[in-house]
Design a protein. Structure first.
Length: 711
């Protein structure tokens, strides 16, 4: 990843309009033999723009070791605190989505019958997500209480429900409104206090699962491109009453149909004590495959691209002959932070993208408000008339966004699966948020809930190759409670559960990136927001020696007007020209709501108020829109730009005009003009960029006065 400068100079003759002339440059870039078209007047290349090919995106990352699985979704009994009993759909988007908008606590109930597996077994009730505190009981006997936020809640009911028997389970759930400290702050990471429609109650999947008494409960795959090795950590759970010797074997396969000569995986034998777990590390195993076996993002954009993914099958055999099998999908890739820059697979990567704020989409009344990530068609698999989340990912990539920070509310597993498959890099952020000072971080219960949530999110998501960084806190400096010690504990929780990715804190307005002087970890950085202030055009950049420079949010709340949307292009490219490694204007949904398919401008009110500029109701063909074309150009990985010319019109006007006529320079007859063109190359493979330029009088279609080419 680098930029370079090219110069042209020439003498201008008189134009047809008089003794002065303006100059328009037409630029053509080639990369590895691929010609990249150049939209005017952006002077950068959007790449190929074919229609999305959603077919083949399955959104399924891995199975599990269950030998029987009963889907518990459907109608449950539901008794809100202080109200009469009724029914509710599970998951159904949680209780707010289903009209229980003033409920803070409720009891769910239903009957279950435990399958008989014919062998010693372990029986679990597993929820994909519960907000926030769930106490599960079987026939009135309390099993356990778990406090979570957007992550799984799993309950071992083996001691309460024998195979072949029928029982009543109840789940007493407290939402965020029932979990407040004495000062009124929430004791749980609620993601977006400002949004009334954040999911509450049971809103993820619900299953009864039966496992062997000794089984593979988790596997974490770790890959190193630098060392060309594969290592994986297998967690074996023994729920029986006696110690067991367990032998593990494994095998690899391609998940894309591409054949590879995979290495053989060694076996390991471990003794697991009764009613305990053991973690067995296999490897490092030499990975002698070339870079075609690596996970790469879709950069430059290619319609229908599918990233290379692999499968790891883990087989466990106990000393009494019982078996357990599980399969995991992974990408072979390595994300690192080295001094001033980020790297992917040893290649420098500059991030350009979005901050997806799901809580805005939660406000859409789609059979009720709430839980957009699990219920809104644009976040789901493709359906009739809606391309679903694969289309949204393609929209991001076609814009030349290479990264999305899933902000405030963690994304669904399906969303991450599709990002894995389509090659969209993800910054995975916790639901911890300093803005509004609405979450309790100091009191012990709130503090522990925050730290435990950070760890749980990593444990849920760490096998997704698309996740390129973790974001451990959003704008903590605005909380009135932040401390270096708290941030160190969040970092320790997340890095301790992973250790293979960089971690960031995103600080709010004020730009103080030196808040945590003791956090000198090599994979840690502080990314500022609003360096130029709220709702303003600017080209500011805070430089920190030895750490990546960038800006995680800028432009908001002006993102819902045409002038602000123009800044997505103009400010971003200006900051790229100063060497920023991470740029994410905030937030695309306020400018183009239907980046998530099917959303209209009138469907919701964003956090800043008003309505988005564009949606499916007024922008049937987004790719012909000049503002979207300029965003494509500004975010393009391979671009050639006259930065002073671009910057002169950067602030634009209320209509998003570019360039501004009054900002375009004019030149006297016979003047010698020298311009410096900055060439960006953020491709992952080619280092040679072919550069062809043409200078024309007065307009992009005017008479050619000079031209040239170089590499």
């Amino acid at each position: 990843m680098h930029r370079t400068n090219a110069h042209w100079g020439g003498r201008l003759s008189a134009s047809a309009r008089g003794l002065a002339a303006t100059v328009a440059l037409g630029l053509t870039l080639t990369l590895g033999g691929l010609t990249l078209a150049t939209p005017r007047p952006a002077l950068a290349a959007p790449g190929a723009m074919g229609a999305v090919a959603a077919a083949g995106v399955d959104g399924v990352a891995a199975g599990n070791a269950a030998i029987a699985s009963v889907d518990l979704s459907g109608t449950w009994g539901f008794t809100p605190a202080g109200r009469a009993a009724t029914t509710i759909a599970v998951p159904g988007g949680g209780w707010y989505k289903q009209g229980f908008t003033t409920v803070n606590e409720a009891v769910y109930s239903r009957s279950i019958t435990v399958p008989e597996s014919g062998q010693p077994q372990s029986t679990w009730i597993e929820f994909g997500a519960v907000n926030h505190q769930a106490t599960l009981s079987v026939d009135g006997r309390v099993v356990a209480t778990q406090t979570t936020a957007f992550t799984p809640s799993n309950f071992d009911i083996s001691a309460y429900a024998a195979p072949g028997t029928t029982h009543t389970i109840t789940v007493n759930v407290k939402g965020r409104g029932a979990l407040k400290a004495s000062n009124g702050r929430y004791l749980v990471p609620d993601a977006a206090t400002w949004s009334e429609a954040v999911p509450q109650g049971i809103f993820g999947s619900a299953f009864l699962r039966v496992y062997p008494a000794v089984y593979v409960s988790d596997t974490f795959v770790r890959t190193s491109v630098a060392n060309k090795t594969l290592t994986y950590d297998v967690t074996v759970r023994n729920t029986s009453g006696s110690s067991r010797s367990v032998t593990l074997t494994g095998s690899l396969s391609s998940r894309n149909g591409t054949a590879f000569s995979y290495p053989e995986l060694p076996s390991r034998t471990v003794t697991v004590a009764a009613r305990s777990t053991a973690v067995v590390t296999v490897g490092p195993v030499a990975w002698n495959l070339d870079s075609t076996s690596y996970w790469w993002p879709n950069v430059p954009y290619r319609s229908g691209y599918r990233a290379q993914l692999h499968g790891l099958a883990v087989h466990a055999v106990t000393d009494d002959g019982r078996t357990s099998d599980a399969e995991y999908r992974f990408g072979f890739r390595e994300a690192t932070q080295n001094g001033d820059y980020y790297y992917l697979n040893g290649v420098r990567v500059n991030f350009r993208g979005d901050n997806l704020q799901g809580a805005d989409y939660d406000r859409i009344n789609n059979g009720g408000k709430g839980d957009a990530y699990h219920t809104l068609p644009g976040f789901l698999p493709p359906s009739s008339g809606n391309g679903g989340w694969p289309q949204a990912v393609d929209n991001y990539q076609r814009l030349n966004y290479n990264v999305v920070r899933i902000h405030q509310e963690p994304g669904s597993p399906y969303m991450l699966d599709v990002a894995d498959e389509m090659g969209l890099m993800i910054i995975d952020e916790v639901a911890i948020r300093g803005s509004q000072s609405s979450q309790e971080w100091k009191e012990s219960v709130g503090h522990d809930n925050m730290v435990n949530h950070a760890r749980a999110l990593v444990l849920r998501d760490r096998n997704h190759p698309a996740i390129i960084r973790w974001s451990q806190n959003n704008e903590p400096n605005q909380s009135g409670q932040d401390s270096e010690q708290f941030e160190k504990e969040l970092y320790a929780a997340m890095n301790g559960a992973d250790g293979t990715r960089p971690i960031i804190v995103e600080v709010g307005v004020g730009g103080n990136v030196s808040l945590y002087p003791g956090m000198t970890y090599a994979n840690f950085a502080v990314i500022p927001h609003y360096v130029d202030g709220f709702g303003r055009y600017g080209e500011g950049l805070i430089t920190v020696n030895g750490r990546p420079d960038g800006e995680g949010e800028y432009i908001w709340p002006a993102c819902n007007n045409k002038q602000g949307f123009e800044w997505f292009a103009t400010a971003t490219l200006a900051k790229r020209g100063k060497g920023a490694t991470d740029l994410r204007p905030y937030t695309l949904l306020s400018a183009w709501a239907s980046v998530v398919p099917g959303v209209r401008t009138t469907d919701f009110t964003p956090e800043e108020g008003g309505h988005p500029i564009y949606g499916v109701d007024n922008l049937p063909d987004p790719w012909s829109n000049p503002q979207i074309q300029r965003v494509q150009a500004a975010f393009n990985p391979v671009a050639a730009v006259d930065l002073p010319y671009w910057s002169a019109s950067g602030n634009s006007d209320s209509n998003g005009t570019f360039p501004l006529p009054q900002a375009v320079p004019s030149y006297a007859r016979n003047a010698t003009v020298t311009r410096t063109i900055t060439v960006f190359n953020d491709d992952f493979t080619d280092t040679s960029v072919g550069f062809t330029w043409t200078a024309r009088l007065d307009s992009p279609t005017g008479a050619v006065v000079a031209s040239g080419n170089t590499t």
